[in-house]
Design a protein around this ligand. Structure first.
Ligand code: 5GP
Length: 189
């Protein structure tokens, strides 16, 4: 399958440790760049959090629906993260690139490397916290996960920080404003 990257439209993959505040950074980036950037909506089997809307935050699929899509090779990438499936549909990405948007994927490291191997021109950005202690504080302060899930996510952090070394860019989220500006500089290169 071919991926349409004409008109200099690019695919950006943004990852970060759980609770690093990447959602806030990405939302701010999207707000400021909405005329030519679009945020990809992923599929997942995890339960919606309060306020999340199907088709807006994620496409919420059952386990069976997700596995059917894997079998039918519908995903550009997919991964199992903290016990749930997450994935990006090929069709969705191609549609957005065809419409003339740069596409931002907010996905985990497993997915990022799958994208990079299929689309080497994709740009990988990893958002890191100023420190691991700060990250744990943010994760607990969110009050959206139970203790077991928090523990699973913290274990994942170590693995992810190691993998971040293979990204094209690392951005420290010490301030949302500064992190967004740094990402904007990267997209203008
Ligand atoms: P959350 O459950 O907090 O929304 O997301 C958990 C993790 O899954 C985050 O690291 C997020 O970046 C990642 N994620 C979200 N969508 C996708 C996707 O489509 N593919 C992959 N590989 N990871 C995803």
């Amino acid at each position: 399958m071919s991926y349409n990257l004409f008109m200099n439209k690019k695919l950006y993959v943004i990852s970060g440790c759980s609770g690093v505040g990447k959602g806030t950074v990405i939302n701010e980036f999207m707000k400021r760049n909405s005329n030519d950037f679009v945020l990809s909506v992923s599929c997942t089997t995890r339960q919606p959090r309060q306020g999340e809307v199907d088709g807006v935050n994620y496409f919420f699929l059952t386990h069976d629906e997700f596995e059917k899509n894997i079998k039918e090779d519908k995903f550009l990438e997919h991964a199992n993260f903290a016990g749930n499936y997450y994935g990006t549909k090929k069709k969705y990405i191609n549609q957005k690139l065809d419409e003339g948007y740069n596409v931002v994927l907010e996905i985990d490291t497993q997915g990022a490397f799958q994208v990079k191997s299929k689309m080497p021109e994709a740009i990988l950005i990893f958002i890191v916290p100023p420190s691991v202690e700060e990250l744990e504080k943010r994760l607990r302060g969110r009050h959206t996960e139970d203790e077991a899930t928090i523990q699973k996510r913290l274990a994942q952090v170590k693995i992810e920080l190691e993998r971040s070394q293979k990204y094209d860019y690392t951005v420290i989220n010490d301030s949302v404003e500064r992190a967004v500006e740094e990402i904007e500089k990267i997209t203008k290169k």
